[in-house]
Every structure is written in C-alpha cells, then in structure tokens.
Design a protein around this ligand. Structure first.
Ligand SMILES: Cc1ncc(COP(=O)(O)O)c(C=O)c1O
Length: 430
C-alpha cells in the first residue's frame, strides 16, 4: 500500500487542493482515510481517530454498521441500478411519508443540493413567481440560487444577495432575497414587500447550529400561508436526526415541502423532496406537456442500493431508545465542552441539538450569521489541528456530528483532548 505521503503527493497533483469538495485539513496534518468502523476512522498510516465528521452526516449509526453492510450486499447482488421503479425506493418513500408531518408524496433525486434546487423549482411552478427568500448564513448546497450570502464577505443591508462563488451569473442574485435568521419582523417585512414576486421561503429550521428562537418558524409559517408562498424546510441535516419526524416534529411547524439527504441514504447517494401532494404532483412525468409540469429526473434517482442502505439505517433509528441515545450523547459532549470552557476561563457558546454540536469562541449569544462572526476563527482552526494530533477528527468550521456508535468513553476521551488542546493553545498565546 502506498504511504500517506505518497498518496497526498499524488492527490495534490490530481485533485485541486487535495480535496474532494470544500473540506480540507491543514497541509501539515493532512491524511488519507483508509477505513471506518463504528465511531472510528483509520488513515493509511494506521492512525486511529474518533470521527466527528461522519461523512458530513450520513453515518448516524457509525461506519460500516452490520445492518447497512448486509442490506447493501443483498441489494447489489440483485442489480445496482435499474432507472425503473423498484421496491427499496417505494419502501423508502413510504417511510418518509409516515415519518415526516408534511410528507404526502416523495420525489427522489441524487444529493441534498438537487433536492433544494428542485424544491425551489416546484415552488416557482406552483406560484408562477420567480424570487426566493433564504437566510443569511443558511446553506442549501452548491447550486446558483442556494449559494447566496451563505458566507458573505460584505454585510450588505437586507435583502441584497451576495454570491458565495465565482461563476454564478449576476442575474441570479436578482432572484434571491436574503433575510436575517431569527429576526421575524425584518423577515416578514421583506416577505410582504416582495409578496407578488416571491415563490418560496427556504430555511434550515436549525440554521447550521443556530436554534430558531421561539415563534420564529411559526411566524414564517403564518406569513407564507397568509400570502400563498411555499415554505420549504431544508431537512438535509435535521431529517431523521434531531427526531424521527425531523425538525418539523421537534419544533412543531409543518412546511409545504421538505428536502432530505444524508441519513436517508445511509452513506450512499440519494436525496428527496417530500411534501404536499399537489406540489409534488407537479413533477408527475405522466403530465409532461402540461404548462406547470416540473422536470425532475436523473439517472440514479431512487437507486435501489442507496435506498436499501437508507432503509437499513432508518430501521435501526426506528428502534426504541435511538433518539434518546442520540440526545444523551450530544448532551454529554455539549455539557462537557461548556464545563471545560468555563474552567479554563475561555468565553464560549456551545450550540447544537441532538447529535449535533459546535463551539463558538465568543462571550456573546450566537443567534444569527452576524453574531456568529464574533467567534474567534483562528482559535477554532488551531483547535481542529490540536484535536487531530490527539486522535479526534473534526470539521469545526461546520459542526460535529455524533452517532449511535459513539460511546460515553469516546466522549470522555474527546473532552480530555479538547481540554488538553485548549490548554496548549492558550499557553502559547500567553
Ligand atoms: C442543510 C443542507 N442542505 C443541503 C446540503 C447539500 O447536500 P449535498 O451535499 O448532499 O448536496 C447540505 C450539505 O451539507 C446541507 O447541510
């Protein structure tokens, strides 16, 4: 087997930044993952890490869970993909419809970004309007409408949109309105001002790690219902994670459409838009030619191997006690982090819900994108590097994902690594 260094050299040549997407590790610490099992991954040099990246979220059972491995093996022997209707896809759609309060029907696609892209298209077709409203700091994937003011360099007055990537046509920004998360009054005033042009409001109900303040999601629901605007919950992260019924169940607010990804594929590629039947029905291919027919199709949509992996994952999550355990493991980590920060006298806000956590190094409450900017990002970066040196793999620029495979012992080891890392960093700063 080639060494870590050889593989990294090759990757640097072949893959920009030796990265597969936007996630990368500082060059001096970089690694190539060899395998994963449960809460752990190993790199090609044989080093073991407690993993809080978890494939960016799908691996809520941990890596290589026996039920998922068996389901994938059983399905792949029966054929990898058909393009035609298949049983695992029907069963996965049924599970989503039974679990999600908003879901009456489902349309599958390949990735979370496709799901949000299609949901916005459905909303435009249903309303005959073009504009969409998203929140500053909210992430909905890679497409042009979504990549607006997610990490804006300029804090323009709302609702001006600021593209997060080069290569997005300038005209797209004119179709996107940006609002401040958790500021209902400002958001509703933008919605009302643009009511005649606004097709949809799209929101991560838990915006990155930011909790919605009481009444915020309810207020969005009330305004969008009153004005005939489609409310879309992006549940790519929260779906089947913060509760069986996702954030809709947790916060008690039912959108018109919801987007799923990550967990519903158990680590394989599949995503979905679910919601009100009349909206999803717009993508019924038997109605091709109708003026409001919405095209939604892709070679691997409803792939049976991905659907089987997702069903096996959901089968474990559905068992009694799964969500209690996910909450408990998240609470243990969050509580421990708060304790360490306060013992060391480091101003910090620890946020998260269920098996999601992150730490922001600021003394002020973090309620929206602008308040999150107060966090000491250099400290976050140094911390990630020190944790890695102590066998803990994180993506603190985004969030920490936890799984059913993380034991209390894993959390205690992790907390010790946090404390040691912060001690080293703060000693170096003194
Ligand atoms: C909330 C949210 N929506 C959409 C996406 C995009 O999903 P994907 O990366 O599968 O395209 C992500 C990805 O992290 C996400 O966190």
């Amino acid at each position: 087997m080639p060494s870590n260094q050889e593989l990294l050299r090759e990757a640097t040549n072949l893959l920009p930044g030796a990265s597969l997407g936007s996630f990368y590790i500082a060059e001096k610490d970089d690694l190539v993952v060899d395998r994963g099992k449960g809460s752990r991954v190993w790199d090609v040099a044989g080093r073991e890490f407690v993993d809080y990246v978890l494939g960016s979220g799908p691996m809520v059972l941990g890596h290589a869970h026996p039920a998922v491995v068996a389901a994938v093996q059983a399905q792949i022997e029966r054929g990898a993909t058909f393009y035609a209707l298949n049983q695992p896809a029907i069963r996965l759609a049924d599970t989503i419809v039974k679990a999600a309060p908003c879901a009456e029907a489902v349309k599958f696609c390949g990735a979370g970004a496709e799901a949000t892209f299609y949901a916005l298209r459905l909303a435009r077709a249903a309303t005959g309007r073009d504009k969409i409203l998203k929140f500053e700091g909210g992430y909905h994937g890679h497409h042009d409408y979504a990549l607006m003011s997610t990490w804006p360099k300029r804090l323009d007055p709302f609702p001006a949109a600021w593209p997060d990537s080069a290569g997005i046509p300038q005209s797209v920004a004119g179709h996107v309105l940006i609002a401040p998360f958790n500021d209902l009054a400002t958001t509703v005033s933008i919605i009302e001002r643009y009511r005649d042009d606004l097709a949809a409001v799209i929101v991560e109900p838990l915006s990155r790690m930011l909790e919605p303040v009481p009444g915020f999601l309810q207020g969005l629901r009330e305004a969008t219902r009153r004005l005939g605007i489609v409310l879309i919950f992006d549940e790519v992260v929260t779906g089947f994670r913060v509760a069986w019924g996702g954030a809709q169940e947790l916060y008690g607010v039912v959108p018109d459409l919801a987007c799923y990804g990550k967990i519903i594929g158990g680590g394989l590629p599949i995503a979905a838009v679910a919601g009100k039947r009349d909206l999803i029905e717009l993508a019924n291919p038997r109605k091709k030619g109708a003026p409001d027919y919405v095209y939604m199709s892709g070679t691997l949509n409803g792939n049976p191997v991905s659907a089987a992996a997702g069903l096996a994952t959901l089968g474990v999550l559905e068992k009694p006690g799964a969500y209690e355990r996910l909450r408990a493991v998240g609470d243990r980590l969050r509580g421990g982090l708060r304790g360490i920060a306060s013992r060391l006298g480091i101003p910090a806000q620890v946020l998260g819900q269920g098996p999601l956590a992150n730490i922001y190094f600021t003394s002020e409450p973090v309620l929206d994108y602008r308040s999150s900017l107060k966090s000491d990002s250099r400290l976050t970066q140094q911390l990630g590097s020190e944790l890695l040196a102590r066998g803990v793999l994180t993506n603190l620029a985004a969030k920490m994902y936890l799984s059913l495979a993380h034991t209390d012992g894993d959390i205690d080891t992790t907390l010790q690594a946090f404390e040691d890392s912060l001690n080293v960093i703060t000693a170096g700063r003194r």
